[in-house]
Design a protein around this ligand. Structure first.
Ligand code: AMP
Ligand code: GLY
Length: 428
């Protein structure tokens, strides 16, 4: 079988690494790939936003299964475009991908399905949005409707701050058209958790639980990032909570989409706030989380390619996923300055020593191969050092021992990844 993975981050390295282990997979292509991916897959120089070129490549190369990693090609309709050519895609249609592409769409659907989430208002008029925040008061959350590279959410402690966010999004258009519509939402307090599942549009098969760390600094301080680390399982997702999320969120959502005539195929990712009144939905993503994917795939037993095929074919009712009992921890190493501006092209040292690492994998994110075989930094998040251990402390120890063997000028990483899981395991 010939597989085409789209993307060039840590998530895509993990996907390619896992797909490589499938006996059915003969050839993997990856657009655009990175220095780590390129050792396992043939690189393809097409941008993940160029849907027409990606589809033409899949057709010309007789690709059996295309796997988009990031949301952008999905919200641009790559699954529909592939299907129109008779080609298979592990990922939702454009209509289903609105779950990530439009917050207003999602909030309306959640209401329709009776799924717990914060109260909200959706606005295309800035004056009406301001009136609403004055009426409701702070704390309050202002969200650009469309995709804004993870920056379109402002949690506001004061009404004045919310009014500023409305002005920036709707009037100054700092996120372009993504801010034409703004969703203003109730502030929810509690601990956050991610919940991922694969679905074929009728069966919902949960993946192992996981949690990421969004802030740049230790203690969950500083600006938001794409994710500075992750671990699986996440103790916050108890067996009871797991059942509750499946019954109150995941199954009703997939059924609600089906009722609208939208069949969801692929990974569905719910961002949840575990409040004193139970789990409430913050957002949905229509793809694997990055770096949650790196931690989860290290624990997945069995064949990812077969799981993806069963999803596309609608055979998940007869499918099981088995998980390694060990804990996986992923520590992201990032460029100096990230999530702000950063330089590229710094030489990464120490990777060679970790080639035979038996308890983990160094997934590449923003890397590129230099002229003389060296590996260079090429992005904000550079590596996802991911380890398995018998318990959280062992996995954390193993991951950080590997991190300490990797060096480049200005490398930064958090030293407290999995701190909540460590505390939870100390309590039990
Ligand atoms: P989102 O992109 O919707 O996940 O939002 C990014 C981050 O903003 C989340 O991970 C939360 O930390 C925070 N956030 C989003 N919505 C809310 C809310 N209604 N209440 C409190 N925090 C929120
Ligand atoms: N780690 C969060 C995300 O992938 O959206």
């Amino acid at each position: 079988m010939r597989v085409f993975v789209i993307g060039g981050g840590g998530r895509e390295h993990a996907l390619v690494w896992k797909l490589r282990q499938s006996p059915a997979v003969e050839e993997i292509y990856c657009a655009p790939g990175n220095a780590g991916i390129d050792e396992l897959a043939t690189p393809v120089a097409i941008d993940p936003s160029n849907v027409a070129a990606l589809v033409a490549f899949a057709r010309d190369q007789a690709i059996d299964l295309t796997v988009p990693g990031p949301e952008l090609p999905l919200t641009l309709g790559i699954a529909d475009a592939l299907e129109a050519q008779g080609l298979r895609c592990f990922g939702p249609s454009r209509a289903a991908a609105q779950l990530e592409g439009s917050k207003a769409f999602t909030k309306e659907l959640l209401g329709e399905c009776g799924i717990p989430t914060g109260f909200y208002g959706s606005f295309t008029d800035a004056a009406a949005a301001r009136r609403y925040v004055r009426e409701v008061g702070a704390p309050i959350v202002v969200k650009a409707d469309g995709l804004a590279a993870g920056k379109g959410v402002v949690v506001c402690g004061e009404v004045a701050e919310a009014e500023r966010a409305i002005e920036e999004m709707m009037e100054s258009r700092v996120f372009g058209d993504a801010g034409a519509t703004v969703v203003i939402e109730e502030f929810l307090g509690g601990e956050e958790a991610s919940f991922m599942a694969v679905t074929d549009g009728s069966t919902v098969l949960p993946l192992a639980s996981s949690q990421d760390h969004k802030r740049i600094y230790d203690g969950d301080e500083g600006p938001n990032t794409g994710g500075m680390g992750a671990y699986s399982p996440a103790p916050v997702v108890t067996p009871e909570l797991h059942e509750q999320v499946m019954a109150e969120v995941m199954r009703p959502l997939v059924a609600g989409l089906a009722k609208r005539g939208i069949r969801y195929r692929g990974v569905l990712y719910a961002g949840l706030m575990i409040t004193s009144a139970g789990p409430k939905v913050l957002e949905f993503n229509v793809r694997f989380g990055d770096p949650e994917c790196q931690a989860i795939l290290l624990r997945m037993r069995g064949d990812l390619f077969e799981l993806m095929q069963a999803t596309v074919d609608g055979r998940l009712a007869e499918t099981r996923i088995e998980w390694d009992d060990r804990v996986a921890v992923c520590v992201v190493m990032a460029s100096e300055g990230y999530p702000g501006d950063y330089e590229k092209g710094r030489v990464i040292e120490g990777l060679q020593d970790l080639r035979g690492w038996s308890n983990g994998v160094v997934f590449h994110a923003g890397t590129t191969a230099g002229r003389n075989g060296e590996v260079l930094t090429a992005g904000g998040r550079v590596l996802g050092v991911t380890a398995l251990g018998a318990d959280v402390a062992a996995a954390v120890g193993e991951a950080y021992a590997a991190v300490e063997r990797i060096r480049w000028p200005g490398a930064q990483y958090r030293r407290d990844i999995a701190h909540r899981a460590l505390r939870a395991s100390a309590r039990s």
